[in-house]
Design a protein. Structure first.
Length: 95
């Protein structure tokens, strides 16, 4: 019985692991990201609004890249650091 419970727990974890990147989860993560202007307000030491330069708040790299969130026609874009690959903020594509 004890080992059955352990197996069940492991299976349960596996299921959650594979659900970790469902569409809902990606949406939620994106929702929680700051916008560009919020990022500048939150991390003024890593951005210069006057010069429109934004740096990574983790490694201070100015090599910021962006990509559509889910697919090429997704207007939601996530911006991430090209150096340390961490997601920094979000924006909407102008289409
Ligand atoms: Zn970085």
């Amino acid at each position: 019985m004890d080992s059955f419970l352990k197996k069940s727990a492991r299976l349960f974890k596996t299921i959650f692991y594979y659900q970790a990147d469902t569409t809902d989860n990606i949406d939620n993560k994106w929702d929680k990201l700051p916008t560009v202007s919020e990022y500048i307000v939150q991390y003024p030491e890593h951005s210069d609004a006057a010069n429109e330069t934004i740096k990574c708040r983790f490694c201070s790299s100015s090599n910021i890249k962006f990509q559509p969130l889910m697919h090429s026609r997704d207007r939601r874009e996530k911006h991430f650091c090209g150096a340390c690959k961490r997601t920094l903020y979000k924006s909407f594509a102008d289409v």
